[in-house]
Design a protein around this ligand. Structure first.
Ligand SMILES: [Ca+2]
Length: 360
C-alpha cells in the first residue's frame, strides 16, 4: 500500500471510531481534531497530533490583552501564529513594546510581532491611559523585550501567515479594528482563507467609554463598520459578556500564590487594573475582556451566544461607535454576527489560573 494511502486509512479509522485520546509517541491527541505529522526523521513513523486552531491576535496591550496573549499560548486547542499591534489603549509604540515584553516574559519570543496602524482610519487617536496607565501596561515588573518587532506592517505579516497556513486562519482582534479593516480593503481575496473573526468589542447594552459605545469600536468606528460588513463569520465578544468575566482580588491572589514569575506579574497587573474598576464601577476585580474572545475559541460552549444583525454607528457624535444589535430582527436583514451574552465566570477564572500556571 502506498504510504499516503496508509496515512489516509489510519486517519479515517481514527476519525470514524471517534476515539478522543490516543497516545502516539507521547502525544495525547486531543478532542478538537486530528492532523498528521511525520516524526523523528523516520518516514514510516506517523504520529497523530491534535489539530489546533491557527489564530492571529491583533491587539493593543493593555492588561486584558496581555492575559489574552497568555491564554492563547497556553491553550492546546490554539496555535498562535502571530501577534500584531494597533494603537488603542496606548500609542502604537507602547502597545508594540508591551506585546514584545509579554512574549519575553512568557518565553515565547518565537511568535512574530508586527506593528500596524498608529491611528484610526479617519479620526484622531484617543488612548485609555486612565485605565491602563501611561505605558499601557502599568503595575508590574515586565522584562525588556528580548526580540525586535518585525520590519513589515501588521497587515503584511497577517497576509504572509494566512497564505502559509495549511488551513484557514481565525483572526482575533482585541483592540480597535483599524488593522483588520486595512487588511480587508487591501487584500480582499485573503478573506477566503479567514475562517472567522472573533473580536472583543461592542455592547448590546451600555458602553464603557460613552453610554452608547465600547472603547475598541468607539476609537475607530469606520474600521469596525468595514469589519462587521466583511461577510465572514464574525463573533462579537462585547461588554454584555465581558462584564461578567470578572477576575477578583482573591483570584489574583491565587496567581501570586503560584510562586512563579509569571504568576507574580499577572497578579500585579490585575491589582493595577482593579483600581480603575473599583473607582468607576465599585467592583471587586476587573473584567478580562480580551481573554474572553480567546477562551470562546478554545472552549466552545463557555460563552453563550446568539446570531444577530449588528451595524456600527459612524454618523452621530452622540452615539458614535454604537454596535446596533437588532436582536428582534426588526430590520429584516440577515444576521452578520454571533454575539456573546453569558459566560460561566468560575470556569473562565479556572481557565486563566490554569493557563498562568503553565508558565515559569
Ligand atoms: Ca485590548
Amino acid at each position: 500500500m502506498p504510504e499516503g494511502a496508509a496515512v489516509g486509512r489510519i486517519l479515517a479509522t481514527v476519525l470514524s471510531t471517534g476515539k478522543r485520546h490516543m497516545n502516539h509517541g507521547g502525544e495525547d491527541a486531543c478532542a478538537t481534531g486530528y492532523g498528521l505529522a511525520a516524526g523523528g526523521g523516520c518516514s514510516r513513523i506517523i504520529r497523530l497530533m491534535p489539530t489546533r486552531i491557527p489564530i492571529v491576535l491583533d491587539c493593543d496591550p493593555g492588561h486584558d490583552d496581555a492575559l489574552a496573549i497568555m491564554l492563547a499560548l497556553a491553550r492546546p486547542e490554539l496555535e498562535l501564529l502571530a501577534v500584531t499591534t494597533v494603537a488603542g489603549n496606548a500609542s502604537l509604540e507602547a502597545t508594540t513594546r508591551n506585546a514584545l515584553r509579554v512574549l519575553t516574559l512568557l518565553e515565547r519570543t518565537d511568535v512574530p510581532v508586527a506593528a500596524g496602524s498608529s491611528a484610526p482610519l479617519v479620526r484622531p487617536l484617543h488612548v485609555a491611559a486612565n485605565v491602563h496607565g501611561a505605558s499601557g501596561l502599568d503595575g508590574a515588573d515586565l522584562p525588556e523585550p528580548a526580540v525586535l518587532v518585525r520590519p513589515e506592517h501588521a497587515i503584511e505579516l497577517i497576509r504572509s501567515v494566512v497564505e502559509r497556513s495549511s488551513g484557514p486562519v481565525t483572526l482575533v482582534p482585541t483592540g480597535p479594528l483599524t488593522n483588520i479593516a486595512l487588511l480587508i480593503r487591501t487584500y480582499p481575496r485573503l478573506l477566503d482563507r479567514v475562517e472567522r473573526i472573533c473580536l472583543m468589542g461592542g455592547a448590546v447594552g451600555e458602553g464603557n467609554v460613552t453610554a452608547s459605545a465600547e472603547f475598541n469600536i468607539w476609537v475607530d468606528p469606520e474600521a469596525a463598520s468595514i469589519v462587521f460588513d466583511a461577510g465572514r463569520p464574525l463573533t462579537m465578544i462585547g461588554l454584555d459578556v465581558t462584564h461578567q468575566a470578572i477576575v477578583t482580588a482573591a483570584d489574583a491572589g491565587r496567581l501570586a500564590a503560584l510562586g512563579t514569575r509569571t504568576g507574580r506579574v499577572f497578579a500585579d497587573l490585575l491589582q493595577f487594573f482593579g483600581r480603575f474598576h473599583a473607582e468607576r464601577y465599585g467592583w471587586d476585580g476587573s473584567p478580562i475582556h480580551d481573554a474572553v474572545a480567546v477562551a470562546h475559541l478554545a472552549v466552545p460552549g463557555l460563552v453563550e451566544t446568539e446570531m444577530c444583525r449588528v451595524d456600527i454607528e459612524t454618523a452621530s457624535e452622540l452615539t458614535r461607535g454604537r454596535t446596533v444589535a437588532d436582536q428582534r430582527g426588526l430590520s429584516g436583514r440577515p444576521p452578520n454576527a454571533e454575539i456573546g451574552l453569558r459566560i460561566d465566570r468560575t470556569r473562565f477564572v479556572e481557565l486563566l489560573v490554569e493557563a498562568v500556571a503553565r508558565f515559569p
